[in-house]
Design a protein around this ligand. Structure first.
Ligand code: UDX
Length: 407
């Protein structure tokens, strides 16, 4: 077995996800989970298979890379039984399931029961989202596949969770369109932040005011350095690429702007930092939080990571603190210094940037921070700090989309 599988078999996760290690250890102790790197008789005996491999952005292209899904499906097809159902969970370009079904059937020598069953979990709350989802979506080509999936989710749907039985292309599309909508919502409020910055308005107050309209809702309207992670950025790009292939690229062309607005927020922080630091060479910047969101150590497309790297390229010395992501950072980018003690990270800083809204940072006492930094300036990249409190401790507070008057 590979190193990763060995670790998993002893209850050790390769990433940080609250509660998941405990849940894994419980199922190991109950004897309800096994790990293997090769298929064997156990595969043939199984009634249901989930394909959960990643579909990252293809190198040198905007499109999704589906090679892992196809290779997992091909291997599985050599072992599955005729009645077994295969449920794809990976986020794929619409039309992928049909191609997979044909490929698998060819390898297996019979019509494989493929279904699509997208998942909507968020990192940081993955376990809770999986056990108490707001909906379960399946797309199937036959009643047998639908019945197997109804049975497997029964304990969840019995509690009233909506169970949507759709056609396969719609099921594939649900995931990417949901992510495209969420990304659009965030970029909408970040576009308003750009307007606010030149008009003296406050995008945080604006989000609150429009969010009371139930048709708009207040979720996913947090303005700041924007979205990152392994899903939203690559999913909107992959969606555009797929729409282009289908000859309807113009239908989702607006996602280009969604992407561009999102990336411009990173530029804005770099500009603010440059303006504050003046001669940037060898100035110390403390980055509070490096993961793309709190409760995760995922650095994929992290806005805080890109901003840090750009500041280093400009000559700054960036020292990163993060409650869980420092090990992940060390293996990924050695040009960034790491410090596990937050006050040591802040010591003698010329500028503090809040990059990820970990609770630890919201709860920091600005007076204690004021005692250790060299220059009392903070850029709140997530709009979570109590501005009045930080100003009272002597800080100049800069934020995105806000008109903060510093004394
Ligand atoms: C997302 C989807 O929410 C989830 O349904 C899907 O299954 C996978 O992709 P995830 O990437 O884990 O989940 O995180 P999410 O909570 O969506 O946040 C994505 C990014 O948007 C983060 O960088 C977050 O900081 C940012 N964000 C979120 C904002 O900038 N503003 C907001 O209001 C909300």
């Amino acid at each position: 077995m590979t190193k990763k599988l060995n670790a998993l078999a002893s209850g050790i996760l390769p990433f940080h996800e609250p509660g998941l290690d405990k849940a894994l250890q419980e199922v190991i102790a109950q004897g309800n989970i096994q790990f293997a790197s090769q298929h064997d008789q156990r595969t043939t005996e199984a009634d249901l298979h989930f394909i959960c491999v990643g579909t990252p952005q293809r190198a040198g292209s905007e499109a999704a890379d589906t090679t892992y899904v196809f290779s997992a499906a091909k291997e599985l097809a050599k072992w599955i039984s005729k009645d077994a159902v295969v449920a794809g969970k990976s986020t794929v370009p619409v039309g992928t399931a049909l191609a997979l079904q044909q490929q698998m059937s060819k390898v297996a020598g019979f019509e494989v029961n493929l279904a699509w069953n997208p998942e909507f979990l968020r990192e940081g709350t993955a376990l809770e989202d999986s056990l108490n989802p707001d909906r379960i979506v399946i797309g199937t080509w036959n009643e047998h596949s639908a019945q197997v999936l109804r049975d497997v989710y029964k304990s969840i749907t019995d509690t009233g969770t909506p169970f949507l039985e759709l056609d396969v292309p719609t099921a594939e599309l649900v995931k990417v369109s949901a992510n495209a909508f969420l990304a659009t919502k965030i970029s909408f409020i970040n576009a308003m932040a750009e307007i606010a910055e030149v008009s003296g308005a406050d995008a945080v107050a604006l989000a609150k005011a429009i969010g009371y309209d139930e048709r708009i809702g207040n979720k996913f309207l947090r303005t700041g350095i924007g979205f990152g992670g392994g899903c939203l950025p690559k999913d909107i790009r992959g969606f555009m690429a797929r729409a282009e292939e289908l000859g309807v690229g113009s239908a989702v062309e607006f996602l280009k702007d969604v992407d561009a607005i999102n990336l411009r927020r990173r530029d804005r922080v770099v500009e603010l930092a440059k303006a504050e630091l003046g001669d940037i060479a060898n100035k110390k910047v403390t980055m509070l939080g490096i993961s793309f969101k709190p409760d995760s150590d995922d650095l994929r497309d992290s806005p805080a990571l890109e901003i840090s790297q750009r500041l280093v390229a400009l000559g700054a010395r960036v020292v990163v603190h993060d409650p869980v992501a420092l090990d992940a950072l060390k293996t990924r980018d050695a040009s960034l210094e790491t410090e596990a003690d937050v006050f040591e990270a802040l010591r003698d800083a010329d500028l503090v940037i809040l990059g990820t809204e970990w609770r630890d940072y919201k709860e920091l006492d600005p007076k204690q921070v004021a005692d250790v930094v060299k220059v009392k300036t903070v850029i709140d990249g997530r709009n979570v700090l109590d501005v009045a409190k930080w100003q009272a401790a002597g800080f100049k507070v800069l934020a995105l989309g806000r008109n903060i008057v510093n004394g």
